[in-house]
Design a protein around this ligand. Sequence first.
Ligand SMILES: Nc1ncnc2c1ncn2[C@@H]1O[C@H](COP(=O)(O)O)[C@@H](OP(=O)(O)O)[C@H]1O
Ligand SMILES: [Mg+2]
Length: 256
Amino acid sequence: MTDPSALDDHAFAVWAAEQAGAALLEVRGSAAGSGLSGKDLKNAGDAAAQEVLARVLVEHKPDDAVLSEEAEDDHVRLDARRVWIIDPLDGTREFSEPPRDDWAVHVALWEDGELVAGAVAQPELGETFSTAIPRVVPPRTSERPRIAVSRTRPPAFVAALAEELDAELVPMGSAGVKVMSVVRDVADAYVHAGGQYQWDNAAPVAVARAAGLHCSRVDGSPLVYNEADTSLPDLVVCRPELADQILDFVKRHGTD
Ligand SMILES: Nc1ncnc2c1ncn2[C@@H]1O[C@H](COP(=O)(O)O)[C@@H](OP(=O)(O)O)[C@H]1O
Ligand SMILES: [Mg+2]
């Protein structure tokens, strides 16, 4: 049996994300039998994963603050040294559309101004990507760059960006899944603007940085976490060799 208290922050993030992932698989598994679908399934997933993460954090990290998509924002976090930034279920829409597998659990740790640990569990893949064992991004297998975009809210400018780069757009759900698609060589970049929150990208960015990928705002400035404003509306995560072209496009054309 794992003793979560004995784990370092990286391994704890993995363990916690997998605990929530197991609860989500259970909710999904029983949904078919109970007739749960649509909004009810989304709510059941959000609630189950939040319950697990809130419980394990209180039990094992009682001195740390928490910022969660599914809990009231306690501003005590603004004076805390360590803050867990969590999205219990990212890609809620896709979770509610079985058998889609593009949804994830995000657990990140921010400490003294920086993301220091993170885990992104993709329960339907049986995989957790993390800073515990940073991934080595495989060599690029596609000649044309592939840009991961939101399947339901793709920013309009990304189509023009793809045209300039002679890139292909790869729509999928969940910010975590899209960032991990770059880590896994399913895509070469993830570009987003128009709205997102710290919990949507904190853990994915921690994992992507550890894997050596470029991570920034679309204007090239750093992604800053544990700010009072939870909005963090845009980002670029990509293979380092694509960063200049993408940032230069945004500089010339903006994101409107
Ligand atoms: N324009 C927008 N405004 C606010 N949140 C957005 C957004 N676009 C994407 N997101 C959030 O980012 C996550 C990934 O979205 P997408 O799959 O469309 O790329 C989703 O998180 P949740 O599923 O946790 O709500 C979604 O709510
Ligand atoms: Mg989210």
